[in-house]
Design a protein around this ligand. Structure first.
Ligand SMILES: [Zn+2]
Length: 409
């Protein structure tokens, strides 16, 4: 893939970054850096700004992208985590069709780029539109120019084992067919408590067959732990381990109610844990105290907008409230770049040879965003799409989606 190079800078520190193709070719520190030998490259003014690696959102749900458009509250307010799923998010994902999913993905991913998030890991479910759903998200990500790792979360909650098989089939189809440079596929499961042992064993087989890791919610609420124990396991991790489901590199979202011993075992097995502070607060599921036992913990927004500075601020607040030293939670955002590095087999640092996923910030403002060497936000505006058009379409699809949602209730 050939594309003209970019020259970012010099920024306020004197740093200039030379980009060729999708990589950083060279960095120079000088107030007078010149673009010698880079004829044809596009110069991007970074005066007064600072060049830094883009943010990574390591666990989210693009399908909830229309929720900010006045999503109607359920008739009966949920009183616990499982009721939040049953009354809010599951009716929403059941009401999704192709047009609503596309509009959700466009609005969510466009805003992610404007927040300086250059990569994200999505966990998708739309039980009445499974086949082809991952292509919708992948196409929107490619068009907008954001890096994405996507999976369909297999579940048995509506139509039993047939539904789980459809979810696995979608992951397998996508991983085999996908050729988009910015997108990778994983195998997904909603959570241990919505699937049988038979499905989990098959999921492990699919991971090994495709040589890709698993993305699953683990012990987000005690309900998941109680379920695993009722099935004869110590906890959901013990279930995944004994059924040989989650290879190294797999992503376990939450692990709020996971023992220190299990967290150490997860770390030793080379899996990732993703903490989602705003979601954990919002759902009242508790604070994941034990996850500090792992060195591989990244940060996610779990369906909240991909605004990583806000997520990090809530993380700091949460940590302080729970008597945690700030060092214990520092590095969660850097870990996200290491996670991307494993998946894309590249570095995501501000250094020669690294993937050119960079942002230029000026105070609180994200001024420019580059993903895989492509300038996708310039002077705070998307270059890859028309934000007003995306917003208008999202509003129209949201009102259609809310009327289908009301009909289901
Ligand atoms: Zn989630």
């Amino acid at each position: 893939m050939s594309q003209p190079g970019l020259i970012l800078g010099p920024d306020e520190t004197g740093l200039t970054v030379f980009i060729e193709g999708d990589r950083i070719r060279e960095t120079r520190n000088s107030k007078t850096a010149q673009g010698a030998g880079t004829s044809g490259a596009q110069a991007v003014d970074c005066t007064g700004g600072r060049i830094q690696p883009g943010f990574v959102n390591s666990h989210t749900h693009v399908y909830s992208g229309l929720a900010p458009f006045d999503m109607p509250a359920p008739a009966m307010a949920p009183e616990n985590f499982v009721q939040i799923l049953e009354r809010v998010w599951w009716p929403l994902d059941e009401a999704l069709d192709e047009a609503a999913l596309r509009a959700s993905a466009e609005f969510y991913l466009a805003n992610a780029l404007l927040y300086g998030t250059t990569s994200l890991v999505d966990h998708h479910e739309s039980p009445n539109f499974i086949d082809g759903s991952l292509d919708v998200i992948a196409d929107v990500a490619s068009q907008l120019g954001i890096r994405a790792v996507i999976a369909y979360g297999a579940t048995e909650r509506n139509r039993g084992r047939d539904e789980a098989a459809e979810g696995m089939r979608e992951c397998r189809r996508f991983v085999r067919e996908n050729r988009r440079p910015l997108v990778r596929g994983m195998v997904g499961v909603h959570a241990s408590f919505t699937v049988s042992d038979e499905t989990l064993r098959e999921v492990g087989d699919v991971c090994r067959e495709l040589d890709v890791p698993l993305h699953i919610h683990v012990a987000e609420d005690m309900a998941d732990v109680v379920d695993a124990q009722a099935r004869g396991y110590l906890d959901p991790w013990d279930r995944l381990r004994r059924l040989n489901v989650a290879p190294a590199g797999s992503i376990l979202a939450h692990c709020v109610h996971t023992s220190a011993e299990s967290v150490r075992a997860i770390d030793e097995a080379g899996l990732w844990i993703v903490q989602n502070p705003r979601s954990n607060r919002g759902n009242g599921v508790g604070y994941p105290r034990s996850i500090r036992e792992s060195k591989r913990v990244a940060l996610g927004t779990d369906g909240y907008p991909a605004y990583m500075k806000e997520e990090r601020a809530v993380l700091a607040l949460d940590a302080a409230e729970h008597g945690e030293r700030s060092e214990a939670v520092d590095g969660r955002l850097d870990a996200g770049r290491k996670l991307m590095g494993e998946i894309f087999d590249a570095d995501f640092d501000l250094a020669p040879g690294s993937m050119a996923d960079l942002i230029v910030v000026e105070g609180d403002r994200v001024r420019h965003v580059v993903v895989g060497g492509r300038l996708v936000v310039a002077e705070g505006k998307l270059t890859s799409a028309d934000m007003e058009y995306i917003r208008t379409r999202a509003e129209a699809e949201a009102s259609r989606l809310w009327s289908r949602l009301e009909q289901r209730r």
